[in-house]
Design a protein around this ligand. Sequence first.
Ligand SMILES: Nc1nc2c(c(=O)[nH]1)N[C@H]1C(S)=C(S)[C@@H](COP(=O)(O)O)O[C@H]1N2
Ligand SMILES: [Mo]
Length: 332
Amino acid sequence: MVIKKRDQLTESDVTPEAIYQARRSFMKGGMVLGLSALLPSVAMAKPENNAGSFTQSVPNWLKQKILASRANTQPIKEALTPYNIATTYNNFYEFGYNKDDPSKNSGNFQPFPWKVEIAGEVNKPGHYDLDELLKNIDLEERIYRLRCVEAWSMVLPWIGFPLHKLLKRFEPTSRAKYVKFTSVYRPKQMPGQDSAFSTINWPYVEGLRMDEAMHPLTLIAVGLYGKNLLNQSGAPLRLVVPWKYGFKSAKSIVKIELVEQQPLNTWQQIAPNEYGFYANVNPHVDHPRWSQKEERRLPSGLFHPNIIPTRMFNGYEQVASLYKGMDLRKNF
Ligand SMILES: Nc1nc2c(c(=O)[nH]1)N[C@H]1C(S)=C(S)[C@@H](COP(=O)(O)O)O[C@H]1N2
Ligand SMILES: [Mo]
């Protein structure tokens, strides 16, 4: 079997998860894996685990950038959540409340062309086209755990770049204490926003403290599984903050604002007793309606529930120093 380098791959390359993983090891270690090394995972990889292809509307410059991305030097060794689950089991209330609504109802959403407004306490505010925004920023692959506050989790290979690279370019002023992220508002393309029964006050808003936003783990993702983000995953760009509950990772971002005051994020607006601003993954602080001590690692089924203990900061202990001296029970 020939394992091609990423820049030799075309959209027509079918990439089962196992092959995908092997290619990553190949790129990382610079050696070719024999097929025998793959056999156990090949046997498990079902056809529906195929990584996707590029969406037709993806501009060429973005495709090239994604194909040129480099693998992280420290990938985690847990099994990746299969592509078909990562793209059909989603939370994206703009497209509906059920897990399969985002994949089913996002077909009319047009993520290209895309502009992001940079506003607030920066020396260089403005409305930037996506390609301008990503200019001179190399993409890399980061395999991260994603832990939802609903006590399920995944392991996903994102393609993106650290948010600090972007923020520095716009020169935050000394008054910038928090970063506020606003997701897109397009009720004509997003049926969940058009619904009279929605309890959410659109658009979806999230926020980070400045040091959290500047932390090297904090990612802006533009791709998943070696291809562009699909609409249900937050195309064309989203936040990924791996040590926090998934709701902090706002999708389809149109505005990044540097502000003095702590933003009131969407879930805190809806239920402040259940969802806070910090939302750090924490097995010692339960949600009022469910325990946070364990999680269901997807894929999970009746006979293989795959329940595993939840780790402090989702296993990213290197962020602990950001919260020194803070009562994480109060600041949940
Ligand atoms: N704009 C927006 N961003 C969002 C959400 C949402 O409903 N709207 N859901 C959040 C929640 S609760 C989770 S768990 C993650 C899910 O990301 P995924 O569907 O790519 O796994 O997206 C987060 N970002
Ligand atoms: Mo979530």
